[in-house]
Design a protein around this ligand. Structure first.
Ligand code: MRU
Length: 361
């Protein structure tokens, strides 16, 4: 395995850069908003981390300049920034969980009589850096829980073939990745014969990013078009599917990159276990089921324009529907791999009780 790990986010206190072929400096919340909305950084954990770290960069700048605003003024300013950043993309819940969490911590700090402006600024820096470090730890745990679970399922089988969709690796997280982390861990156990990744139309996260990460990690890999999934399953032995998540509901319904749902249906038809791998920060206990998730609609140009020539390749006058995500019902999901373990017990409706799992782990 390669020793250097790919990193999409580079942060040392006061300095944040994200990978977009060139490292883009992110100095303000406006820079971060633009980078997230334009998908220069993408993937549920990376979106939340970049939003938090840009606030840390701004807070650090204010501390360096000897900012002497009151705690209340700083709290108001950063609450507004958090609200603004929460408008950058709608589906991945990690961003909203981070925003709520930061607001609660700021509010709690204000109740402390010794709290001044600098205290709030330092709190923002510390919380953002914690979020970044936690993500690395969580990905490690997800990777190992997931790999162990799949190994148990296929005990003795040393020739596993796994399919994934979209990009959930080091380029979508702080390091290692979630679903792709599980694939890396299986490879580390020397039991992975092959990883298949979908192209992931229309933004091509699979073709552009996952294929790159798999080759970088020297994992034997093959790229397929999204519409080849069922045929792949019927002609090659695929042991399981592992995908990431943008939002897991209380019953286990999961929003992830568009195309995930049809892969889950194909997996069910072919009797292939279908796993979602995500940190608990992608779990939205306030949303009971997938019908209530806001699905981002992307611009029609992603489908109608050739991204190389920038020329329209579709006849004028046709309607375009371009949801960025879809919802896979819990009934099609075999297990949800988190940093706390694998949620695999189902209720009488063939759904999960995610809250029960979280409170008992
Ligand atoms: O639109 P994107 O590229 O942000 O969508 C990303 C996904 O759907 C990922 O599978 C998900 O965010 C998990 S990333 C660890």
């Amino acid at each position: 395995m390669s020793t250097a790990t790919l990193e999409a986010i580079k942060y040392v206190r006061g300095d944040l850069k994200i990978l977009d072929q060139l490292l883009i400096p992110v100095l303000t919340s406006e820079d971060a908003f633009k980078a997230i909305a334009e998908m220069k950084v993408r993937g549920a954990p990376a979106i939340a981390i970049v939003a938090a770290l840009c606030l840390a960069v701004e807070a650090n700048e204010m501390l360096k300049k000897g900012e002497n605003a009151s705690a209340e003024e700083i709290a108001k300013l950063f609450s507004e920034k958090l609200d603004y950043l929460s408008l950058s993309r709608p589906t991945a819940v990690n961003l909203f969980i981070m925003v709520d969490d930061f607001k609660k911590k700021i509010k709690a700090a204000l109740e402390n009589t010794n709290c001044n402006g600098s205290f709030i600024l330092q709190l923002i820096i510390d919380e953002a850096e914690n979020l970044m470090n936690e993500d690395i730890e969580e990905n490690h745990k997800i990777s190992h829980f997931g790999a162990d679970h799949i190994l148990d399922l296929y005990s003795g089988d040393k020739e596993l073939r796994v399919l994934t969709h979209c990009n959930t690796g080091a380029l979508a997280t702080m390091k290692y990745g979630t679903a792709l982390g599980v694939i890396r861990a299986l490879h580390g156990h020397n039991v992975l014969t092959h990883a298949y990744c979908t192209e992931t139309r229309p933004y091509n996260q699979g073709a552009r990013l996952t294929a790159f990460e798999l080759v970088y990690e020297k994992i034997p890999a093959t790229l397929i078009v999204d519409s080849a999934v069922s045929y792949l399953m019927s002609t090659k032995k695929i042991h399981c599917v592992v995908v990431g998540a943008d939002r897991v509901c209380n019953n286990g319904d999961t929003a992830n990159k568009v195309g995930t749902y049809q892969i889950a249906i194909a997996a069910k038809f072919h009797n292939i276990p279908f796993f979602v791998a995500a940190p608990s920060k992608s779990i939205d206990l306030n949303t009971s089921d997938g019908s209530k998730i806001k699905i981002e609609q992307r611009h029609e140009n992603e489908i109608t324009m050739n991204s190389h020539s920038n020329k329209r390749i579709v006849v004028d006058g046709v309607g375009v529907w371009n949801p960025g995500f879809d919802v896979t019902p819990a009934t099609l999901i075999t297990g949800i791999i988190t940093e706390l373990g694998v949620i695999s017990t189902k209720n009488e409706n063939n759904e999960f009780d995610v809250q029960h799992f979280l409170t008992s782990n």
